[in-house]
Structures are given as structure tokens and as C-alpha cells.
Design a protein around this ligand. Sequence first.
Ligand code: NAD
Length: 451
Amino acid sequence: MTHSAADASIDQFKSKIQKREARVGIIGLGYVGLPLALLYSEQKFRVTGFDIDARKIETLAKGGSYIYRIAAEEIQAAKEKGFSATADYSRLTEMDAIIICVPTPLNEYHEPDLSFITDTTHAIAPYLRAGQLVVLESTTYPGTTEEVMIPILEKENKAGLKAARDGEQTGKKFFVAFSPEREDPGNTTVARRDIPKVVGGLNARASDLAGALYGSIFNRTVPVSSPAAAEMTKLLENIYRCVNIALVNELKLLSLRMGIDIWEVIEAASTKPFGFHPFYPGPGLGGHCIPVDPFYLSWKAKEWDFRTRFIELAGEINTNMPYHVLASVSSALNGQKKSVNGARVLVLGVAYKKDIDDLRESPALTIIELLQKDGAEVSYHDPYFPAIGRGRKYNLQMKCADLKDIAKYDCVVIVTDHSDYDFQQIVRESKLVVDTRNATRGIENPKVVRC
Ligand SMILES: NC(=O)c1ccc[n+]([C@@H]2O[C@H](COP(=O)([O-])OP(=O)(O)OC[C@H]3O[C@@H](n4cnc5c(N)ncnc54)[C@H](O)[C@@H]3O)[C@@H](O)[C@H]2O)c1
């Protein structure tokens, strides 16, 4: 392709975006991919979702939703605008842009598991055509887009296509970019389209195209110079949170020993109009991002003979928090001449944070397992989870308890402070409350132990 021919095809693509004629394909219809599909659909794009989970495809086909905060009506409205979901990758040829939102977990050795990205890339390659834009959104270490994804796409596509790079104008090309997802589940203070979208293309044209695509649904796009810079941006954001949460968790442990209320201290420090951003202690990290993403970077750093000590230290402190909760429950029961062994314990809230329906990496799961290991008879309550079955790292097979029976437990442990809970009533009716979230602030009662 000559320079001017390439420019003409970019202009054509951008005009299709402007006229909402560009077809958008989103691979991975989970917590990230499904809302993104709906956002494009709201802006009148015809969106096709791709997923390997047959149950999700089936639910969407019936106009239903499987994510708590997405109403079925939103799916139905999108369907009316042409949204559909499929497991048939051959339909990728119909797409102008392909956005990948598949999981990036850690394996059992705490190393990056890129299998979802590589499986998806192998599946896309045979259907790739010239001029298409492929964007990776999954959080990952710097280098994934260029070192892992592009070589597979270039090697396995049927037309001998190459990714468009600066300084190479000949031959048929496809475009590649990385653009991290920055959603904060449960946060209703910022509308999704107001979260600036960072975009790093493999070359200027890819950045331009991806910027135009995202600019149609986000109010602001932030171009960076490469996919690696965009990959690193996401990791910096999450490592910043992980390290600061560890710092405040450590200071909480010290404050408890010193008889100082860390929550009061954070509130006071937050009044500083500059140079301080509050982070809050808790029972341990949860979710798909903060406990996982930093280790993508520490793994990659080893290739560069580099140790990311802040990440490792933060990981150590945060991982220890569920053990601190166990020790606090044990000490609280001890104060009532009881032991964990044989105690009836209710874990209140199992989602990894308040007001969401996500159990991934939740510290509540570790706390339940630790209590059970020490002989407690554990129940749980969470308005978002009628039952807890089997996950990647747990197999609990428990049913949500009835809050009416709260008085029968020797100890109630507040792990997730969902807004639905009436903590006054919970304290009033319980024998003993261990509060890991400061949910009982302002309630002065000797039954309450804050930890
Ligand atoms: N959940 C968040 O709040 C959040 C925020 C920022 C970034 N992220 C990142 O976004 C990415 C996706 O996270 P998520 O929370 O949406 O995950 P998720 O598990 O909710 O969804 C992933 C979806 O991908 C599908 N999938 C897996 N392999 C596939 C394949 N080969 N082809 C098609 N579909 C496939 C799964 O069936 C699932 O529906 C991860 O990298 C995560 O770190 C998530």
C-alpha cells in the first residue's frame, strides 16, 4: 500500500466511524466487554459480541443479563440496535474493529496466564483482513501486544498481512493498538464515558484510528506513544493502588497496637488540600485487578534482571490481611471465653468490595477457609450471592444464610460493607461483631471489635 493509499483507507475507516457504519466486534463479554458493547450500541454502532461461554450467548440471545448492574432492558435496547452475540469467530471478517476483553489471571505459580489472550489471538488470525483494527484491552505486562499478539496474527493470517508499523508503507496491513480498561466497578460517581481512554497504537495511523473509534464513545482519549506505554500506564495505576493500600493496611496494624483509630487519622489527613489521596484499610485485596496485575509487571521485570520490591512488599502485607482477620476473630472470641474451634461464625458480605456482585479473589473466601480450617462452623450472608459454589481456587458449596437468625452466631465478621446492611440493627442483634471495614463507625457498643 502506498502512503496516500494508506491515508485514504484510514480516512474511509474514520468516516465509517463517524457515520456509525463501522462494525465493532468485542471478544469476551464479561465485566469489561459487555458494558463496552453496550456503550458502542448506545452510540448507534452495530456491535457483535464474541464469547466462548455458551450460557452467556444464550442469555444475551434471550435479552437477559448475567451482570447484576446491567439491566435486561439495556441488553434488549442494544439488541434493537443490532447487537448480537456469537461463538462463531468466522463472523470476525464482517468487523472493522475487533476489541479483545478476555481475562488475564495468574497461574498457580503466581505468574501471568496469557492463555486467554493467545487462544483468542489464534482464533482471530484466520479471519483477519486488511484494514481491520485489532485492540487489546486486557490488563497485561508491557510487551504483550507487540511480543505475543502481533507475531501470532502475522504468522497465522491467511492473506500474508502484516501489522502497520511506522516507516513501512508497502503491502497489506492491519492496525493494532492497546487501550486499557479503567472501569471502577460499583463506582457511580464517574460515568463510564467520562473516564479518559488511554490509547497506544503500534504506529501513528493505528493510534489515530483507535483514537477515533474510542473518541466516539468516550469524552476524552489520551494518546501515548506505543502499546507498551499504554500497557504500563494501566499497571502503574493499579500498582499505585496496591502499594498505597498495603501502606495503609500496615499503618492500621500499628495503629491498632497503639490504640489509635486509623480511620479517624485518614479522615483528618484527607482534609489536606494537596499532596494526599486517601486509601482505606480492609480485610485484604480482592477483584480481578489489584491483587493480580502488579505481578504481571514483577514477572516481566525479571527478564530485565530487575526486582520490583515495592510490589513484592505490598503483596506480602496485603496477602497477610485475612490472617489478621482470623487472629482478630480468635482474640474477640477469646474475650468471651470461646474458641474459634466450634464457634458459629457468620461472614457478612463476600463480594470483594461493597455493592458489587464479583467474588473474584475476594478475601472473604480466604477468611471463610481459614475459619473452617480452625474448626469454626462458618455461614455467610451476601445480598448478591444466594450461593457460593466452586471457583478457580475454592470449592465452598455454601448457601446464603438468613439474617433473621443473626443472634444465633457466636461472632459476626463484617467483611464487605454493602450499602443494604443496617449495621445498627446488626450490632443490636448480634452477640459479637468483628468489623474489618469500619462499617460500625459511630456505633459505640462493647460487642464491636474493629480490626
Ligand atoms: N472487571 C474489571 O473491573 C476490570 C477493570 C479493568 C480491567 N480489567 C481487565 O479486563 C480484562 C477482562 O476482565 P473481565 O473482568 O471482563 O473478565 P470476565 O471474566 O468478566 O470476562 C471475560 C470474558 O471473556 C470470555 N472469554 C474467555 N476466553 C475467551 C475466548 N478465547 N474467546 C472469547 N471469549 C473468551 C469469558 O467467557 C468471559 O465472558 C482482564 O484483563 C481484566 O484484568 C477488568
